[in-house]
Design a protein around this ligand. Structure first.
Ligand code: 9MR
Length: 422
């Protein structure tokens, strides 16, 4: 094992073979016993209660093809535009909730979660707010957050409290907007107002182009979240929009991004996923990465059919214009169904205890323990790698001989004998 500096100290790894040796990272193998849910939402729910959601437009709920797919496949919705500032407060102090209530009622009456999107955002502000600045804008923003979060109190699983407040490019700093110019603490003020209005909703910061761990923008958001956690600003989650395309490809360190944020003590959510050309491999990678991070609550795709997408010409979604499942759909469902039913770190997980052993010679600054749980048809081996005096973010568990690996979760294998995580 080798250590490299970073922020989390423990990782749990699981593996199973039908007979013989195993090893790897964060994986469960259930030969012959994997459940095979037939819809995205049902499968995600079996993975520790995760959700698989979609953006929804209220005016499409009367489209029978659209509604049939929505109700069949998804267990979370995000109003695509209906909760934005321009929709909910078109004139200052006059709040309108018709279309947002319609989506919330549709979802909740069917047991779906609702992601609220978005309370404070420089874009899609109503014209009256666009014209404001300084203290009056700050007060209007906080009043808006309070009013909208109060209206939906108790109905929202997670709120995008602040959306897209960081700049693109290499600065790692904030985006220059009229909200930013009200004082750089406007973001934490928005979070505090949201917490006061709806204490039970998870409060998220949400942004795009924050998928690549090495990007300045990702690091800028990371520093803000770390600071918020240190100072007790009420933030519960970070949303990664993950609009992936040829200019913003799936990054191989995506899992590192998710786990690094999670290590700060926040949940992570993939909030607006779409992928140019609906590359099935990239879609599966995103699912696998979410499943590998216990605090990744779920995935939302940004629309149902390609024709519903804000980037429809890129055909980035899971269903074609006729509502037929695409290859990416099958890839996503297979990845979900391959995920372990329950995270090893969850309380009460029966596979997390049984026998355990310590390798004779833990290497470097870290150590590992292995615990084994067997049942008919296979076994789960849990490998817990623990950092030594300094944190690590890269390590490898090697399999001495090729194990009979039948399935994996949270695992990147190279060759037949190694499992790597970074
Ligand atoms: O999909 C949304 C589209 O219908 C709107 O015209 C657009 C206006 O800004 O917003 C789109 O959704 C955005 C989301 O609210 C925030 N992240 C980027 C999304 C795609 O632009």
């Amino acid at each position: 094992m080798q250590g490299r500096p970073l922020s989390f100290r423990h990782r749990t790894a699981l593996a199973v073979g039908a007979a013989g040796l195993m090893a790897v990272t964060g994986a469960v193998f259930l030969p012959g016993s994997a459940s095979a849910a037939s819809t995205l939402g049902a499968s995600a729910a079996e993975r520790n209660g995760r959700y698989f959601g979609t953006a929804v437009a209220a005016y499409k709920l009367s489209d029978s093809v659209y509604q049939t797919i929505l109700n069949r496949e998804f267990n979370s919705v995000t109003p695509e535009n209906e909760m934005k500032w321009d929709a909910t407060e078109p004139d200052q102090g006059r709040f309108t909730y018709g279309s947002s209530d319609q989506i919330v009622n549709h979802a909740r009456s069917r047991g779906m979660k609702v992601r609220g999107h978005a309370l404070a955002w420089y874009s899609q502000m109503p014209p009256w707010a666009q014209r404001m600045e300084g203290a009056p804008l700050r007060q209007a923003m906080l009043n808006h957050v309070t009013n909208v979060a109060t209206h939906f109190r108790g109905q929202i699983d997670s709120w995008d409290v602040v959306n897209e407040a960081f700049a693109d490019g290499n600065s790692g700093g904030r985006r220059d907007t009229n909200l930013e110019r009200t004082g750089s603490d406007w973001i934490e003020a928005a979070f505090r107002a949201a917490r006061a209005a709806d204490p039970n909703a998870k409060l998220c910061y949400n942004d795009y182009n924050t998928d690549d761990w090495s990007h300045a923008k990702t690091q800028g958001v990371y520093r803000m979240v770390r600071d918020f956690k240190q100072r007790g600003v009420p933030i519960d989650c970070v949303g990664f929009q993950s609009h992936l395309n040829n200019q913003s490809p799936y990054p191989s360190n995506y899992r590192t991004t998710l786990s690094s944020f999670a290590a700060l003590g926040v949940d992570v959510q993939i909030t607006e996923l779409d992928i140019q050309g609906a590359n099935p491999t990239w879609y599966a990678n995103v699912v696998n990465d979410c499943l590998a991070v216990p605090r990744c609550n779920g995935i939302t795709v940004w629309g149902i059919r390609d024709s519903d997408s804000w980037r429809s010409q890129q055909t980035p979604l899971l269903f074609d214009n006729g509502g037929n499942k695409k290859a990416a759909y099958n890839s996503v469902l297979a990845a979900l169904n391959n995920g372990q039913p329950q995270d090893p770190s969850s309380p009460g997980n029966p596979s997390s205890s049984s026998s355990s052993s310590q390798p004779p010679n833990p290497g470097g600054g870290c150590s590992a323990t292995v615990s084994l749980n067997q049942w008919n048809g296979g076994y789960v081996a849990s490998v817990r790698v623990t950092a030594g005096s300094s944190p690590i973010n890269g390590w490898t568990v090697s399999i001495p001989q090729a194990a009979n690996v039948t399935n994996s979760w949270s695992t990147t294998r190279s060759g037949t004998n190694f499992a790597n995580v970074d």
